[in-house]
Ligand binder design. Structure first.
Ligand SMILES: [Zn+2]
Length: 402
């Protein structure tokens, strides 16, 4: 059954330049006084409202803005426990280090599959209600073969974008034996995890894994059929971005401390996205990544939440986009593009992040006339409706006719 959504004040399409078939999202593009037809789970038509074809049912957007659903390309959602006290201590002056991950590892290992599933279900629903229609989900709080494999199996019940992050930190039982843990991550653990995952990731950072270790993890993952992505240059300068580009990773995530050579490498990589996670800097009081430097150099930039119980426990893409605008000096158009099309590029997806004809009918309607309101009204719940695969999944405030 087709649906015409008409009287759209602003329709952000990011439509592919090659309109012949579904291709990667194009640059930011928005139509005013627009309409959109959804059919069989996909976008069938976009254009001026006055020229809209008829459809089986109709909804009146009453001048509201419609955007592609957010694509959150970086999240850690399989865990147990919480670290609110650690956050409070950090705000009182303690610094963030990778070691805090271990407390979540202990809680996750002790949790039942059902507990992990319920926690992820709650977070996934929270994301969807805020307009996130595609999200990536990593393991990395199990760090044993069995705990990583069950984490990924649970994640795969909620999203196809599942990432094996056995190389998150070295767990306590391998203290002083990083090589031993890497053998496990690249061997038995990988074999158990690869069937549940699409991606392999490594936390390349002081206190976690170095360049050669990261290369080994990504190479082993690729040999098992997984595609590489990486946590890079979050807490200080380091080799992560260079390792990402060498490995032709889909994304180098964080990119907070970059040298000119790192920026050049990303700009000339031909496909490695710089995924910025400004909620982390907000929640850890670290300096924000220099988005303008990356954009000026021609790097493809995505924004994601990094939703996790330690360094950043927001699931709100609109909040992250608002920070990107306010504190990283991205334009509202750049931020919205990075949170939709940018995320799609970071996940090598051509069917989401845009509303070109043939794209998946994943969209969010704002109770606002333009995308700029996401940053103009920070912290305000503006979602009036969400469609995923053409299905209305959140009724919000919208009064629809059908
Ligand atoms: Zn992360």
């Amino acid at each position: 059954m087709s649906l015409l959504i008409t009287n759209i004040g602003e329709l952000v399409t990011n439509a592919p330049r090659d309109a012949v078939s579904v291709a990667s999202p194009g640059p930011f593009e928005a139509l005013t006084d627009a309409a959109l037809v959804l059919d069989a789970g996909h976008v069938a038509w976009t254009g001026p409202a006055a020229q809209a074809p008829s459809a089986d049912t109709m909804a009146d957007a009453a001048g509201r803005a419609v955007l592609p659903g957010f694509v959150d390309s970086h999240a850690h959602l399989v865990f147990a426990g919480e670290r609110g006290a650690e956050f409070a201590a950090r705000m009182a002056g303690q610094s963030y280090s990778a070691g805090g991950i271990r407390s979540t590892v202990a809680a996750t290992r002790a949790a039942s599959n059902e507990h992990l599933r319920m926690n992820l279900a709650r977070l996934a629903a929270e994301m969807l209600a805020q307009g996130t229609t595609t999200f990536e989900c990593k393991s990395g709080y199990g760090l044993t073969t069995a705990d990583e494999a069950r984490s990924l199996a649970v994640a795969s019940e909620f999203t196809p974008e599942v990432t094996y992050l056995g190389a998150h930190v070295v767990p306590p039982e391998f203290d002083g034996n990083v090589a031993g843990y890497l053998d496990l991550v690249c061997g038995q653990m990988l074999a158990a995890c690869a069937p549940h995952a699409r991606w392999v990731d490594v936390f390349c950072e002081r206190g976690a894994f170095g360049a050669d270790e990261a290369r080994a993890v990504l190479a082993a993952g690729e040999a098992a059929g997984l595609l590489p992505r990486i946590h890079a240059n979050q807490l200080g300068p380091g080799p992560g971005v260079q390792v990402a580009v060498e490995a032709a990773a889909a994304s180098a995530d964080h990119c907070t401390f970059l040298t000119d050579a790192d920026v050049d490498a990303l700009a000339s990589s031909g496909g490695t996205v710089a995924t910025l996670l400004p909620g982390v800097e907000f929640s850890t009081r670290q300096p924000y990544p220099d988005a303008r430097r990356l954009l000026s150099a021609g790097v493809t930039v995505a924004i994601a939440t990094d939703c996790n119980p330690g360094s950043c426990f927001t699931s709100s893409m609109s909040f992250c986009a608002a920070i990107a605008v306010r504190d990283m000096h991205m334009t509202t158009q750049e931020a919205v593009w990075a949170a939709t099309a940018g995320g799609a590029h970071a996940l090598r997806r051509t069917d989401v992040g845009h509303l070109g004809v043939g794209a998946r009918a994943d969209l969010v309607m704002l109770d606002a006339p333009s995308h700029a309101y996401l940053a103009y009204r920070p912290g305000v719940p503006l979602v009036a409706g969400v469609w995923r695969g053409g299905q209305r999944v959140n009724d919000g405030q919208l009064r629809s006719t059908s």
